[in-house]
Design a protein around this ligand. Structure first.
Ligand code: ADP
Ligand code: ZN
Ligand code: ZN
Length: 747
């Protein structure tokens, strides 16, 4: 038997398959979708590949075929349908088929180069054994010298409980570097126990379907019809916050299970907390597999196996759960469908909603998107009839929508108030404390990041390898780059003008907490942002603490905006709105609107009425007007007009070509070359924009320049673009590389 095998290699023309002989002793184990090891080319090392086809040869091959060395999987995770999906992804998002296949394989199963010792410690997590301050002091005192040690330790300062394996593969840090750090007492390595096992830890009380409201009933009945028809259908549930969308999802899942089919539920990573998962587990018990990023590789593999072997009917997870090896899917639900986490920012840069639509089409399933603030393109499709639209205008538990006021910061400044908390907000917080009700303050900037600037000449201390400001650590007087881990010590004078008048600039949630404590010395305050939630279950702990111990105020970044029902929260203050309203992308407005609207929705979720105070200088902004009127439609109408006038999605598609390399001159020349090639013989079917530098031009010593085209993408344009990429690849310099993003949300 001959196996056609796709090899996992980064060499060009990578989508080619190669023939290998299946040796006698493996005949019973080969299966399409299983990974194998084979020798490839002249290299001595074995390469990983995946079987894409099996066939009996009709004639004897002209040359001697190599044999498959070994089979790596005991189960195949890639069905022929999924193989087809991988090919589709590769084509649409300009990547290799293997890159797309990796999305569908159980995570972390990299077999080649893995030594035995590593194998046994694969599920160990590494974390710091000393405080960041102590480590910084040792770096400053030259006790820690090796750049690799510094890289490892500084990475761990911002990332807790990382899998040893991820460090080795992701940061290219060798085992011996980790061993040295462990020996010197800087890090500790634990067997994984701290991971979140939702099913185990949840003390779930079984819940039963609620009697639906009229609005819910209409949605459930209509979509159930489509589920029973087993026909492809896309639906959008546009329901205000608290309208009971989750209850609708739960009842729809019930229906699809009763049909003997299965369901996938996607939620944004950020809302994948106990509370969201709990609602599903308490309804469906063990019939659920959960996939999320804070799981160990072993645990994720176990869940993959439960899914693949038919032990569960429901999968819930973040973006990547769309690729779970679930058969016979009848329903896919994407909650908070406007969330940007549904767009992958790493290769392959796919849109989860597009993939979900593809899968549903192939399996005659129903795709349900839900949000209080749908993405502009989604809502546009709904109005055009490509997606069936359901509106839910009322809150389910008869709670009213909150009362929203805009506070003009110009007035505050005129009155001499320079605090981040306006006079009106301060008064409202005071009242709330007196009434024994709770307050949430939202500020979308996290806290202890501080930067160093020269007061004399204004010099900002940037990383020499990247176009970003380094973070200042006051206690040890060190500057650190979060992108490449470059460290600078003893910054006492400005490198540009020699002045010693250097100061650190602070902003964010930590500062706000300080100001609040100053104004109200005796109240209890909690803060929730990326800095206070590094540990695996800290997010949940903070929320529980806030809810059950009647803490007065919760300060937080967008983390506080989703998925939590806090009945005693009656006041929401939104701070730093002007920064949110600043336009730097065509899609910034919709993100700002969604953000502000969703945070507002946290107020008054039960019987007590809610109040929202939004602080801003740009008070006439159309986004704020729409928020104030609680009107998504008002925002949509303005925004869609703007997109149409200036030529942005959904009226046109964008392809963003990023040329990158270590030599800026080469990158610029190649970008120019690419621009000319794309423009050559262009029949006006698309528009090419001249090369531009992105906001951060240099990252990790690689320069980037972008070329953009706008077009209505179709197969003809695709094939033209593919031809032109081919020409570019022949003409480009050796050191530069090209990556392409279809409809990026950030340009
Ligand atoms: P959404 O997902 O739209 O934000 P939720 O599903 O979280 O809304 O519902 C908001 C609140 O209303 C929850 O506390 C939920 O338990 C309650 N709720 C939802 N549907 C019903 C119903 N049919 N009857 C009573 N309460 C309901
Ligand atoms: Zn200076
Ligand atoms: Zn850097």
């Amino acid at each position: 038997m001959i196996a056609k095998i796709l090899i996992n290699t980064s060499v060009k023309s990578l989508n080619k398959v190669y023939d290998y002989l299946v040796p006698e002793h493996l005949i019973n184990d080969v299966e399409i979708g299983k990974r194998v090891q084979v020798s490839f080319g002249r290299g001595k090392n074995l390469e990983e590949g995946i079987i894409v086809k099996l066939e009996e040869p009709t004639e004897t091959p002209k040359y001697k075929l190599k044999e498959i060395e070994s089979i790596l999987d005991d189960v195949s995770y890639v069905s022929p349908e999924r193989l087809k999906l991988a090919k589709y992804i590769a084509y649409v998002y300009f990547c290799n088929v293997y890159d797309a296949l990796k999305l569908m394989l159980p995570p972390g199963t990299k077999s080649k180069n893995s030594s035995k010792s590593l194998e046994t410690r694969k599920d160990s997590v590494i974390s710091l054994a000393k405080s960041s301050e102590e480590i910084m002091q040792d770096i400053e005192a030259n006790v820690i010298k090796s750049p690799k040690q510094i890289q490892l330790l500084s990475f761990l300062m911002y990332n807790e409980y990382v899998l040893v394996n991820d460090i080795i593969e992701g940061l290219s840090i060798s085992r011996s570097v980790i061993n040295t750090a462990e020996k010197n007492g800087y890090v500790k390595i634990d067997k994984v126990e701290k991971e979140v096992d939702f099913l185990k830890d949840l003390e779930v009380e079984r819940t039963y379907p609620l009697t639906p409201t009229d609005e819910q009933k209409h949605v459930i009945d209509s979509i159930t019809g489509y589920i029973y028809d087993e026909e492809y259908k896309q639906c959008l549930i546009h329901g205000v916050t608290g309208s009971g969308k989750t209850e609708v999802y739960l009842q729809l899942i019930d229906r699809v299970l009763s049909q003997g089919r299965k369901a996938i539920v996607l939620v944004p990573e950020i809302s994948l907390t106990y509370q969201t998962v709990e609602r599903f587990v308490s309804r469906f018990g063990n019939d659920i597999a959960i996939l999320h990023s804070k799981m160990t590789i072993a645990k994720r593999k176990e869940e993959y196996k439960r899914i693949k072997t038919g032990k569960v009917n429901i999968v819930i997870g973040a973006r990547s759960a769309i690729f779970a090896p679930l058969d016979d899917i009848g329903l896919i639900i994407i909650d908070e469908e406007h969330d940007t986490s549904y767009y992958s920012q790493t290769k392959p840069k796919y849109s989860t909603k597009d993939i979900a639509a593809y899968i549903c089409k192939e399996s005659n399933a129903v795709l349900v998107l839900g949000s209080a603030t749908p993405e502009i393109s989604t809502y546009n499709k709904a109005l055009n009839g490509q997606i069936e639209l359901f509106e839910m205008k009322n809150r389910a538990a008869s709670a009213k929508l909150p009362d929203i006021e805009i506070i003009d910061l110009k007035d505050d400044r005129a009155m001499g108030n320079s605090s981040n908390i306006s006079i009106a907000l301060k008064e409202a917080i005071k009242q709330n404390i007196e009434n024994n009700e709770q307050t949430m303050l939202f500020l979308n900037k996290r806290g202890y990041n501080s930067y160093l600037t020269c007061k004399t000449c204004g010099q900002v201390f940037n990383c020499p390898n990247c176009d970003v400001a380094m973070t200042y650590h006051k206690s040890s007087n060190l500057l650190l780059c979060h992108y490449c881990s470059h460290v600078e010590k003893n910054v006492l004078i400005c490198p540009k003008c020699g002045s010693e008048d250097i100061s650190s600039y602070q902003l964010g949630t930590e500062k706000l907490e300080e100001e609040l404590q100053e104004a109200f010395p005796n109240i209890s305050v909690l803060r929730m942002d990326a800095d206070t939630t590094v540990a695996r279950d800290s997010q949940q702990k903070i929320l529980d603490d806030f809810k059950h111990n009647n803490v007065n105020v919760l300060i937080g970044t967008q983390m506080i905006s989703k998925g939590h029902d806090m009945p005693n929260v009656t006041l929401v203050g939104i701070i730093g709105t002007d920064a949110l309203l600043a336009m730097n992308d065509f899609s910034s407005s919709e993100r700002a609107f969604a953000n502000i609207y969703q945070v507002s929705g946290r107020a008054g979720r039960s019987k007590k009425e809610g109040r929202v105070l939004i602080q801003a200088s740009d008070t006439e902004n159309y986004i704020l007007e729409a928020v104030k009127h609680n009107s998504y439609q008002e925002f949509f109408e303005k925004e869609i007009e703007y997109r149409k006038t200036f030529g942005y999605p959904p009226f046109i598609d964008i392809l963003l070509f990023e040329v990158s390399g270590a030599n800026l001159q080469d990158v610029k020349l190649d970008a120019e070359k690419l621009y000319n090639i794309l423009n050559y013989d262009n029949q006006n079917e698309y528009r090419v924009f001249s090369p531009k530098s992105p906001y951060i031009q240099k990252l990790n010593n690689r320069f980037r320049v972008n070329v953009m085209i706008k077009a209505r993408l179709n197969t003809k344009i695709y094939s033209e673009v593919y031809n032109k990429i081919k020409i570019f690849n022949q003409k480009k310099k050796n050191g530069t590389s090209l990556s392409i993003t279809k409809n990026p949300i950030f340009i």
